[in-house]
Ligand binder design. Structure first.
Ligand SMILES: [Zn+2]
Length: 359
């Protein structure tokens, strides 16, 4: 059965106002995600050995680092907890989940690509992203239209009470993140707080600088695009990074490090074969045309080669709970039109709907 259009929540003002509005608007979904993650940790206790009280203890170690780098987003999260009438500790666990499970969620995917005017029919700068995550959280995905005091407004996709980081802002900066698996992880600023700060950047260089913030716990891959057509890929770990520039106006990233420098830091590369297959498949499909439009890009995000670990990712029936994932949301951003076309769930089964940043 197809999903309806994604819910859109509008918030704005101070961190306190934004947090409270978000917590109240998404109360049921925030509670649902906490319950899901609790059930997930119970189900995988034999492998990860992390009870909920232990998860809270672990998440507490990351809090001072998040507080120091991004006090504003920690405050927003505190008030989101108040608005949803849940404990802040529980929300910190959700926002530190990748770190405190020591990246046991190893097969979590995501496919991202960016195209400049040379590759699109109407000279647009466009970004595509499939968000692959725990299937049980699909119902918690929503879009956020935010107008924070003193920072650029943004339109982002997130779920439950995860600090938003995938989307674009009024300064014309778009960010999509893909999980990567470095070996140099440490206690530090959790990835989602680092990448939330990127979404507040007003220039491409400040976006890149924010992605490599000091004392970060680990790193994502950040595809960073400016509406002028500047496209960068920044591969990050806790202590290292590599920058790449789009070749011939096109860039693709999945979940393995592409740069030689970062590949040396990759943990368990043998578990990332599916990521490599998605990378080459998306690259080939994008190269087929110099006149991509919304339809052709939707077709690529719906691709099923190497099913179920395809670009449009599906849950395999016999999956280990740690490997269970599917595409929970699919996005195409048109930076020139300030539009996001988003499908809720696997894009092969769901229509894209159009949302606009109105700031
Ligand atoms: Zn599909």
């Amino acid at each position: 059965m197809a999903n309806p259009p994604l819910p859109l929540v509008r918030i704005g003002g101070t961190p306190r106002e934004m947090g409270l509005e978000l917590g109240r608007a998404r109360k049921d979904s925030i509670r649902h995600m906490i319950t899901n993650v609790q059930a997930f940790l119970e189900e995988t206790y034999g492998q990860i050995r992390l009870s909920w009280p232990e998860a809270i203890l672990q998440a507490h170690k990351y809090l001072p680092f998040a507080q120091e780098l991004t006090p504003r987003y920690v405050e927003e999260l505190r008030f989101a907890a108040e608005g949803a009438d849940v404990s802040f500790d529980d929300l910190m666990v959700l926002n530190c989940l990748e770190a405190i499970t020591t990246d046991a969620l190893h097969l979590l995917g995501c496919t991202t690509f960016a195209l400049t005017e040379e590759h699109t029919a109407e000279g647009r700068v466009m970004i595509g992203h499939n968000e692959d995550w725990l299937p049980a959280d699909e119902s918690d995905v929503f879009l956020l239209h935010a107008e924070p005091d003193g920072e650029p407004g943004y339109l982002a996709m997130t779920y439950g009470a995860l600090v938003p980081n995938i989307g674009f802002n009024a300064a014309g900066i778009c960010q999509c993140c893909d999980s990567v698996y470095p070996t140099d992880v440490r206690i530090g600023v959790p990835r989602v707080f680092v990448s939330r700060a990127v979404l507040a950047a007003r220039t491409i260089s400040s976006a890149i600088t924010a992605a490599i913030a000091p004392h970060r716990a680990a790193g994502y891959n950040h595809v960073l695009v400016h509406s002028s057509g500047e496209v960068y890929n920044v591969e990050v770990s806790a202590r290292h990074f590599a920058m790449m520039y789009a070749q011939a106006g096109m860039l693709v990233h999945t979940n393995h490090y592409l740069s030689r420098r970062m590949a040396r830091l990759e943990n368990d590369s043998q578990h990332l074969i599916g990521s490599r297959v998605r990378y080459f498949r998306a690259t080939r499909l994008l190269r087929r045309s110099h006149r991509h439009d919304l339809n052709s890009l939707q077709g690529i995000l719906r691709d099923h080669v190497n099913y179920p670990n395809s670009i449009c990712s599906h849950e395999a029936i016999d999956d280990n709970p740690l490997d269970r994932q599917k595409t929970v949301c699919s996005l195409i951003v048109d930076l020139n039109e300030k539009q996001m076309h988003a499908a809720w769930g696997a894009p092969c089964q769901n229509e894209y709907h159009t949302y606009r940043l109105e700031v």
